[in-house]
Design a protein around this ligand. Structure first.
Ligand code: GDP
Length: 298
């Protein structure tokens, strides 16, 4: 992830080495190169435009610093603007005043929702929470079993319709899970919802119905960083169809070019809260914009 972007930016900065100060020409040439690097990394055009205009403005306005050479000055500006575009501060989980805190996951099939549910449960448990996983994906025959496997690995109980009870109604399951959590001292409920391969109005409606039934404290949109530009379109569709508070980016361990990570916050106005970086339950943490920016500029 970000390898190409990283390499491109490194070479942009190295072309500024040895310069005494930044000329207008340097600023223009550098901005052009950064623009190309971002576009090549699949960053959405409006985001690239905004980014470049801020870089230019700041590079022009920058006080001539004795401590930093031009290359270092540009790196500093790009770093700060990357942190900004990635969301600035790390977004923490907002716990409900009256437990259980209800966290609902939404996203396309294959985005990594079920895996993320387990990761989140394990991560929360490490902090002395007592989560309950809820199988509200009753569309795929295997989904409930898959969540049970994940629950076992995360040492977290799973609330699911009784076998033999037919398909069950995901809205009812979600509603009943809250009662169950209250009676069994689970302070967090993590609801895994059904996804489909593409954006689909029935799927959106079901997620919206679950949302209305349980009033989640956090709705997380789970999206695969590997799907590039499509991540932004899907993010927008879920924002319109279901709405969400924050984004969980998955498969950041892959060789995605990084456009999704860099675009989604700006396009949706929602922060990236979690980063998933592998198939193992430990491959998961809060998303830290400053660390991600450093990785890109490393
Ligand atoms: P769901 O359909 O949204 O519930 O997606 P799943 O949780 O079933 O995940 C789909 C596939 O992606 C599975 O094979 C997971 O093991 C894999 N997966 C999930 N998260 C990650 C991740 O962060 N990195 C990698 N490499 N694979 C992941």
């Amino acid at each position: 992830m970000f390898e190409t972007l990283s390499d491109r930016l490194t070479s942009v900065f190295s072309s500024l080495r040895g310069k005494g100060r930044l000329s207008e020409e340097d600023i223009n040439a550098t901005s052009r190169e950064i623009r190309l690097a971002l576009l090549e990394a699949d960053v959405a055009l409006p985001v690239v435009r905004e980014f470049i205009s801020r870089i230019k403005e700041r590079a022009r306005g920058e006080e001539v610093s004795k401590a930093l050479n031009p290359a270092q000055q540009v790196i500093k500006i790009v770093n700060e603007e990357l942190v900004e575009i990635l969301g600035g501060e790390t977004r923490q989980v907002r716990f409900a005043k009256n437990p259980p805190t209800v966290i609902m996951l939404a996203g396309l099939q294959g985005a990594g929702k079920t895996t993320l549910a387990g990761k989140l449960a394990k991560w929360l448990s490490a902090d002395r929470n007592t989560p309950l996983l809820v199988a509200a994906d009753l569309q795929r025959p295997n989904a409930v079993t898959q969540l049970q496997v994940v629950g076992e690995r995360a040492s977290t109980p799973v609330f699911a319709p009784e076998p033999g009870n037919g398909q069950g109604d995901p809205v009812e399951v979600a509603r009943a899970s809250i009662e169950h959590a209250r009676h069994n001292n689970h302070n967090v409920v993590i609801i895994d919802t059904a996804g489909r391969l593409g954006v689909d109005s029935e799927m959106m409606q079901q997620a919206a119905d679950i949302r209305d039934a349980v009033s989640p404290d956090e709705i997380l949109f789970v999206v695969d960083a590997m799907i590039g530009q499509d991540a932004v379109n899907t993010a927008q569709a879920f924002l319109d169809g279901v709405g969400y508070d924050a984004v969980a980016l998955t498969k950041l361990d892959g060789d995605a070019r990084g456009g999704a990570a860099l675009s989604i916050r700006h396009i949706t106005g929602r922060p990236i809260m979690f980063a998933s970086t592998g198939e193992k339950l430990e491959d998961f943490d809060l998303f830290h914009p400053d660390r991600m920016a450093s990785r890109i500029l490393d």
